[in-house]
Design a protein around this ligand. Structure first.
Ligand code: SAM
Length: 262
């Protein structure tokens, strides 16, 4: 799904600030062994490498790696891009000082399995850092809007924005971590002239949105209804404060860090 459209453009055009925010929050230092889980094109991996860390960006979608390698090279960063499922990471226990995921692990369908893997590969005393879209924020609401139009998820799959709930993540990580710190923040997005432009950009570039519209290919009425709902959602979130005649939206996320118990 994430190879559909142009996810590298989404990462670079819209959310490039999230990776550096996560790296800063987790205090990545030179020499740290860092794993960026569901790292895509290296949004968090590249700033971690620029901080001097030894970084692997792991992801289920290797189609993203050429763009990731180009992104890393453009910034003069060295990152190893490696294929891997967040629910079964191909790394030994306690291999990393810092385990990160920037709006990434939230998309693995079985949350407890993925959380167990984050904890397993982190060394005792190491740091886990996550940025996840909140259920009530714009992207969480976008997924809620698309849900009735989407094919039924596989059995056991959980909704991605649940990772944006602090309680949910605390439960997933459990007593294996300490010093949990969580705060909500918002990414300001003003790249779109109108709410409809946002919708059309996501229809063209964002894998999950493209997949939903593909499933509606034989049902133009429902596709039109989803068109209207997505534009309406963006319209309701448009703060209307753009001086450059653009739509201005705030996309809320949860930033959570925790230390694995020694
Ligand atoms: C929204 S993108 C985020 C990518 C990157 N972390 C960023 O900040 O741009 C979600 C990523 O999760 C990856 N993904 C989804 N399910 C996964 C899984 N089970 N294991 C590993 N990666 C997964 C996708 O391939 C995609 O790259």
């Amino acid at each position: 799904m994430w190879a559909l459209g142009d996810y590298p453009a989404v990462a670079i055009d819209l959310i490039p600030d999230l990776g550096p925010a996560l790296v800063a929050a987790t205090g990545v230092r030179a020499g740290d062994r860092v794993l960026d889980v569901a790292g895509g094109t290296g949004n968090a991996a590249v700033p971690a490498a620029l901080a001097g860390a030894d970084v692997i960006a792991s992801d289920l979608t290797p189609e993203l790696f050429p763009a990731g390698r180009e992104f890393a090279a453009r910034h003069g960063a060295t990152v190893a891009f490696e294929e891997g499922d967040a629910e079964a990471l191909p790394y030994a226990d306690e291999s990393f000082d810092v385990v990160l995921s920037c709006v990434g692990v939230m998309f693995a369908p079985h949350h407890q399995r993925a959380a167990d893997e984050l904890v397993r590969v982190c060394r005792p005393g190491g740091t886990i850092g996550l940025i996840s879209w909140t259920p009530e924020g714009f992207i969480g609401q976008m997924f809620a809007t698309m849900k009735p139009y989407a094919p039924a998820p596989p059995p056991g799959a959980q909704p991605p924005p649940l990772w944006g709930s602090e309680e949910h993540v605390r439960t997933l990580l459990g007593h294996r971590v300490t010093e949990v710190s969580a705060s909500k923040a918002s990414l300001v997005v003003d790249e779109f002239a109108t709410p409809a432009e946002f919708r059309d950009y996501f229809k063209a570039n964002y894998g999950p949105t493209i997949a939903v519209y593909r499933a509606l290919a034989d049902d133009p009425e429902r596709a039109a209804a989803l068109d209207a709902e997505l534009a309406d959602l963006a319209h309701r979130h448009d703060l209307g404060t753009g001086s450059s005649q653009s739509a201005v939206m705030e996309w809320e996320y949860l930033l959570l860090t925790a230390r694995k118990r020694s």
